[in-house]
Design a protein. Structure first.
Length: 494
């Protein structure tokens, strides 16, 4: 009897399959180039942290969408004072953390005060320190009072650095994250993958279409292509093997999305190192580089040239690429004017990113050699790059993509790794951070972009493209990526 039942069940499955029906998948595997060093986006600088956790495990008061619009998340609504110095939030009711603790205004106050504290390692520490006071008149109301007008506060509050933590679990978020989001950490196999499971007690579980998500870490571009072709990976945002895109475009099993990111690819320059402390030498480097050749050779032609530390996705962008056209003779003349003896020996430290860093570095080094600059390439892993370049500033040149949007503030920090120290720029940036409206903000942002370009702080290359390869049946993936996230709540199988 049992054998007959099994045969009947098998026959039923075959009938369903032959009729063209398919069983909905209850999981997704997403490829990532880099593994996050931890899972607390409020304490670590790596963008890979937010790719796993933001909107999935953790949530903020506001949400940044693909089109750069800002909508409510943990907040139901908000109101700005006319002078843009007071921002009042009404929070969503009946929200809980994964550990069962209720979410309220006290959690917002705790989190923001923690992020702005003296010992904070939050990337947006300066923003949180600009909050003069935080009032919590009741569990559902938060009043932020800023020292100066803060036009872009809603955007900052939507970044991964502003997700809300529970005081009871905050110290352990890097390895045991507890948030209010629709997913919980299920497993982390170091060096291989992170798995998230849908949280059944989420406030709106019906909106979550995929119960299980695995992030697989595949740094090798060829292995990424092989994983996609074999069906081991369902989607790979920020796909690194750009040379293979044509193969996927011609295969009906896949979809290929090409958009832009807010990642600014730059040749970072140590402004305190001689002779790089001379603006003429930095300008010579900018003139020596042919952005189009770098984009063509390292990025398969994908990428938009930029002339300052800003991308076309960001509000207030101005195109400054004409300021330093490719002009080797101009570069040689500037080096001579600066009294530089050629060949000038400089280190070029490259992190482990195959296209823009490793391949792009080879092209940049060849272009610099044409004007008398010998860029000695050193390939390093991320830990060594962070220690040697970011922390100790032991370098001349490097190539990095800065993923944070609206991050002009790094140029106001003389201790940042390129060590640009300009009071004139800090005065300009103060106008950015205290802008009361869009018109004033955009004018200040434009002035800041021009100042950075004029001082040739870095050699600005291109906006990193957002190339995504995915199963053709997936929907809800972002084309453009103003921030690096994988919003699982928006993804579903057709």
């Amino acid at each position: 009897m049992r054998r007959a039942s099994r045969l009947l069940f098998s026959a039923s499955l075959a009938l369903v399959a032959s009729a063209g029906f398919a069983f909905a998948k209850d999981s997704i595997t997403i490829g990532m180039v880099l593994e996050p060093p931890g899972l607390d986006p409020t304490a670590g600088a790596a963008s890979a942290i937010a790719e796993v956790t933001q909107y999935n495990i953790f949530e903020g008061l506001t949400k940044i969408n693909e089109d750069f619009s800002i909508t409510p998340l943990l907040a139901d609504k908000w109101e700005f004072s006319p002078d843009a110095k007071t921002l009042t939030f009404i929070l969503k009711p009946n929200v809980k953390f994964h550990d069962g603790e209720p979410f309220s205004s006290k959690d917002v106050k705790f989190s923001f005060e923690r992020f702005g504290a003296k010992d904070s390692t939050n990337k947006d520490k300066a923003f949180f320190a600009s909050i003069e006071s935080i009032e919590t008149p009741d569990p559902q109301t938060v009043v932020l009072k800023f020292k100066d007008p803060s036009y872009w506060a809603l955007f900052h509050l939507g970044l991964s650095t502003a997700v809300i933590l529970d005081e009871k679990s905050a110290a352990n978020e890097a390895t045991a994250p507890v948030g209010t989001g629709p997913y919980k950490l299920a497993a982390w196999t170091k060096g291989a993958s992170i798995t998230l499971d849908k949280w059944d007690d989420y406030r709106d579980p019906g909106k979550i279409a995929i119960p299980h998500a695995t992030f697989r870490f595949i740094s090798d571009p060829s292995a990424a292509s092989a994983g996609m072709m074999a069906g081991d990976v369902d989607a790979f945002p920020r796909f690194a093997n750009l040379d293979a895109l044509g193969q996927f475009k011609s295969d009906p099993r896949f979809q290929v999305l090409i958009g832009g990111t807010d990642c600014k690819t730059v040749v970072g320059i140590n402004n305190k190192r001689k002779p790089l402390d001379d603006v003429r030498v930095r300008r010579a480097i900018a003139y020596a580089i042919d952005r189009s050749a770098v984009i063509g050779g390292a990025m398969n032609g994908l990428g938009t040239p930029i002339g300052s530390h800003y991308t076309p996705l960001e509000p207030g962008y101005i195109d400054l690429t004409s300021m330093y056209p490719h002009d080797p003779e101009k570069a040689k003349a500037l080096l001579k004017e600066a009294g530089v003896t050629t060949p000038l020996q400089l280190s070029l430290i490259l992190p482990p990113v195959p296209n823009y860093a490793r391949q792009g570095g080879q092209i940049v080094a060849a272009q610099l050699a044409e004007v008398g600059i010998q860029a000695n390439i050193q390939n390093v892993e991320w830990a060594e790059w962070i220690r040697g370049v970011y922390i100790n500033k032991n370098y001349d040149l490097s190539i990095v993509c800065h993923a944070e949007p609206l991050d002009l503030g790094i140029y106001a920090n003389p201790n940042y790794y390129f060590q640009y120290d300009s009071q004139a720029y800090r005065d300009i940036y103060a106008k950015v951070t205290t802008a009361p409206n869009a018109e004033t903000y955009n004018a200040a942002v434009g002035e800041a972009q021009k100042k950075i370009a004029e001082d040739s702080v870095n050699a600005f290359l291109f906006q990193l493209p957002n190339a995504t390869v995915a199963d053709a049946k997936l929907k809800g993936l972002w084309t453009n990526a103003p921030i690096f996230v994988n919003d699982l709540s928006a993804i579903s199988w057709q």
